[in-house]
Design a protein. Sequence first.
Lengths: 107, 107
Amino acid sequence: MAVADVFRALGDPIRLEMVQRLSRSRRQKIAALSNGLGITRQGARRHLQVLADAELVRLEPSGRDVWVELDPISLDRARGFIAELERQWDVRLEALKRSIEGEPPSE
Amino acid sequence: MAVADVFRALGDPIRLEMVQRLSRSRRQKIAALSNGLGITRQGARRHLQVLADAELVRLEPSGRDVWVELDPISLDRARGFIAELERQWDVRLEALKRSIEGEPPSE
DNA sequence: AAGAAGAGCAACCGAATTGTTGCCTTTTTA
DNA sequence: TAAAAAGGCAACAATTCGGTTGCTCTTCTT
């Protein structure tokens, strides 16, 4: 899974809400996770599949129900990607600052 | 702009490539940014608008050209959001660990 | 054994996204 | 001043998304 797919999966308010709920509980059943989102269970299930495909979430069937739990690894990859972007940005900025300080005064 | 919109904007390999390029340079012209992406300038321009709407990028017209530069603030918000999710996850995990340690041994 | 709970699957629909082509305008520059 | 460079804008097509309805299947529970 490319990191863009992880961002894409996070790029929807309903899926973000689901991830947020899961970050605060160990695991939940699909039906419970689908409540209070303003969409049907089947609609919510679609979203869950997107999250599962991006490996942000694991689905574990157990008898009649399916447990949904967060997989923090993809989350960490996404955060790491952004952190690296910011690092590049800072590196460039520092280099610029140094080069300006090295310049002779302009007047 | 909701944070979901920022993630959504990052959720595309072409836009991610653009952001990556911009993190390493101060600013670039639209035409330059559009090269080597496998799409037309107009296609690339669409992507840039998505990034601009999510405030990941600023567009600054100057005479004939338009300079594109990264705006690190949205990037930071996105990273902060993920960091908070991970924090929640850890808090929950720690609480669980403590409650297990507090339990009397099961045999 | 019957009903309820949890969930899967497929078809369908409207809206949004992604990318294209074609053409126009403005600003440089040779 | 004429050509080239940079870019804007609109229309169009294909595809994907987000959500729904309707039905079926399996597994608990009483």
